[in-house]
Design a protein around this ligand. Structure first.
Ligand SMILES: Cc1cc2nc3c(=O)[nH]c(=O)nc-3n(C[C@H](O)[C@H](O)[C@H](O)COP(=O)(O)OP(=O)(O)OC[C@H]3O[C@@H](n4cnc5c(N)ncnc54)[C@H](O)[C@@H]3O)c2cc1C
Length: 299
């Protein structure tokens, strides 16, 4: 395929909303290990998110542990490294203490992390290996298979391989249409809420899953950052009836219309002591994850 031809519409868009997690880009964010694609590779991994990068990392670690040689691994990523769901999620859990009008509270041990930094950290451990070739901004447009293996086509050339790993999450059925009924991209929304200089608000020591009065699903998931700012997302109940906004939607360049203003005064409405905090949405973004038909997340 020549570079002048339009790219297939199932690919990640090239102007996504900016998530908080990607505001401190790592030096390997746009890594291209070599100028040209390798013509051949033992394994091609499509997608450089949590799945794609950790597969490469653990495969090499496992082989090292068994003193086995490394196969040539090529990772092809349509945009920057970790620019899909892994760089766009809300990374959540626990507790309701401090919530206005809370009727019940359930607590359990949980953790939070900066997913982008975790994955770029893993990548930096394998990126120097001569066995690993990473190519950012290299969308896979098709995979053609025959008895001798697979040819992975991209606008920058093709790679022949005997093994393909589809780590492409919400975008997978674009390359494997036979899965389009069973793997469905579903769009979600998240934001980063800050407090203006000179204002204060009680520090929230937990992560929160906040349900609704009637107990239906579709509440919000919230974590607090060490600087007191907040990452919160979810709110499915505000857009669940607008299927055009989220079901089978891979476009993360726009917000979810019914929900785009929902978090503007969310902290003031929800948490005791935050009424005069001036809390405001600093970044808001969308991302698509991969759902099995029936509503269970796959990715
Ligand atoms: C809004 C939102 C909130 C979430 N909240 C949470 C949460 O709180 N807790 C939790 O555990 N999980 C959460 N998730 C889910 C979690 O983020 C995903 O399960 C996980 O990141 C999936 O990782 P992945 O590597 O499989 O997919 P991704 O990170 O999506 O990686 C897939 C990569 O493949 C690339 N790609 C796709 N097609 C092609 C192609 N044709 N050619 C080349 N590259 C391609 C994409 O650009 C992308 O970088 C959330 C997801 C979203 C979107």
């Amino acid at each position: 395929m020549g570079t002048h031809q339009p790219l297939p519409s199932f690919l990640p868009v090239d102007n996504p909303t900016q998530p908080f997690w990607r505001t401190e880009p790592h030096p390997l964010d746009e890594l291209r290990s070599t100028e040209a694609l390798p013509g051949q590779s033992d394994i091609v991994i499509i997608g450089a998110g949590y799945s794609g990068v950790s597969i490469a990392y653990h495969l090499l670690k496992h082989l090292d542990g068994h003193n086995k040689p490394h196969p040539a691994i090529t990772i092809l990523e349509a945009r920057q490294i970790c620019s899909g769901a892994t760089g766009r999620n809300d990374t959540n859990s626990t507790q309701v203490s401090g919530i206005k009008g809370a009727k019940a509270c359930l607590s359990y041990t949980s953790g939070t992390l900066w997913p982008y930094k975790l994955i770029l950290g893993l990548l930096s451990k394998v990126a120097d290996s001569p066995a690993v070739n990473v190519q950012a901004f290299t969308p896979v447009t098709s995979v053609v298979s025959d008895s001798s293996g697979h040819i992975i086509h991209t606008p920058r050339g093709s790679v022949r391989t005997s093994k393909v790993v589809y780590a492409s999450n919400a975008y997978t059925s674009g390359l494997l249409p036979e899965y389009s009924a069973s793997i469905v991209p579903c769009r979600g929304i998240c934001c980063h809420i800050g407090i203006p200089e000179g204002k204060t608000a009680p520090f929230l020591p937990y992560s929160y899953g906040i349900g609704t009065k009637t107990g239906e699903s579709g509440g919000s998931y919230l974590i607090s950052r060490p600087d007191g700012s907040i990452i919160v997302g979810g709110a499915q109940r505000t857009f669940i009836d607008r299927k055009d906004q989220w079901y089978a939607v891979i476009d993360d360049s726009t917000l979810i219309e019914p929900t785009k203003d929902y978090y503007n005064d969310f902290m003031q409405r929800t948490f005791k002591g935050w009424e005069d905090s001036g809390a405001y949405v600093k970044e808001i973004w969308t991302g698509s994850e991969c759902f099995q038909a029936g509503g269970y997340p796959l990715g």
